[in-house]
Design a protein around this ligand. Sequence first.
Ligand code: NAD
Length: 488
Amino acid sequence: MSELTPITVARGDGIGPEIMDATLRVLQAAGARIAPEFIEIGQQQYLAGHSSGIAPEAWDSLRRTKVFLKAPITTPQGGGFKSLNVTIRKTLGLYANVRPCVSYAPFVRTLHPQMNLVIVRENEEDLYAGIEHRQTDEVYQCLKLITRPGCEKIVRYAFEYARRHGRKKVTCMTKDNIMKMTDGLFHRVFDEIAPQYPEIETEHLIIDIGAARLATRPERFDVIVTPNLYGDILSDIAAELTGSVGLAPSANIGDHVAMFEAIHGSAPDIAGKGIANPSGLLLAAVMMLVHIGQPAVAETVHNAWLRTIEDGVHTAELHGSLSIGRPFGSMDFADAVIERLGQRPEQLAAVRYTQADARGAAPTAAIQVKVQRRAPAVKTLVGVDVFVHAADVNPDALAGQLCALATPSLALQMITNRGVKVWPAGFPETFCTDHWRCRFVAPQGQAVTHADIVGLLQALTAGGVDVIKTENLCTFDGERGYALGQGQ
Ligand code: NAD
């Protein structure tokens, strides 16, 4: 018998303790060689003044065990509280969110019996950076940050996952017809990496049609890789399509630490009743067992669970014509899985995890993605976008004021409002807010200096212009590093 693997366990809020107890009971009965260390997270920690819902000492356990089995928590309403999940993902570098979504028809009712896909969602970037500002009376901003290393890691992870699991196709979804620079980078990196996996079919879909097709024909997808926000939305849609959000597990994978949890929340509406389905967390624990090198136990638990579902042992939210008896409670369901340890499903496809999975081909952690940082480009400053707060002003009047104040090294080229060009040659019909993006470039197109920009800002502010912020306009190795703006 090999040593016990320490894991960090949090029982969470709402239904969390019920489904965690049920899950741990199955793991123990199946002979999982784990040594749980319990930490406190969630509502009590938020209320105790820990703004991210986790006590400082809990991080020590996470950093020591590097494996986290987490029950859902309740996020308190109101300001001042940070998302625990976002904090853990970003602090511990859990860059890949892996969400398998599988149908178990006919035992779980679904319109999509053939569905078996995995969503690989980028987990650290995008609009989730939490960099938000109120800039004017009328305008609020959230920064969308997409990085080349972030794209390379997640796209490569998705292809490695597909290769090691015998998956045939990877679909990339972005909105790069609109966000040409940020989502465009994600798509470009996908196109760069795809040829290194010639045995895998690839496609790219714009996220709107991609989401529509996922909702109507999910069986056409295999692995989907996508930026953070789209992945967040798509993975809930996909889980719901399988018939129940209560069944779906997820893994959050980083180079050093991995976190495993159900995708659903703390379900306060049914908390304390002992009726919640522990399956999402149990299947997350199966992913964890593979991750920590116990594929045989993972296989035993997963196949027993499939057999349990097949035998009609169902919790309340799954109860239907193929269910036996009354709905099973969380613990009775766990006991039914335990009774079937060693059995395999007869109609649903049995799973197989091997030691090779654990060593080099694990669904999760054994995939190590290395990103080569590139040499810095030659960066040339060519202008500046000055964002201005001005109410009750028309674009021509604002342009007149700015042109009169501008310094010789930087001339006003255009003004946009919410991205629509309003000067020169704007349309009177365009609705304008109090937030103006004013682009200044060198009159002859020559390079400019930071001192030129500081000089311009001094002149504008001395003239009474309310400058909110600036964005430098640069070229990188001669390539434009900024959008031209709508209407151009
Ligand atoms: P939810 O997933 O908790 O519940 C949505 C619906 O699904 C409810 O009707 C619930 O009863 C049902 N449901 C969920 N899990 C179930 C299970 N295992 N068995 C049977 N039915 C189940 O979503 P919500 O109501 O939007 O959120 C409740 C709380 O959970 C909120 O505070 C939210 O912030 C939090 N939340 C936490 C996590 C997490 O910790 N990872 C994720 C999502 C939501």
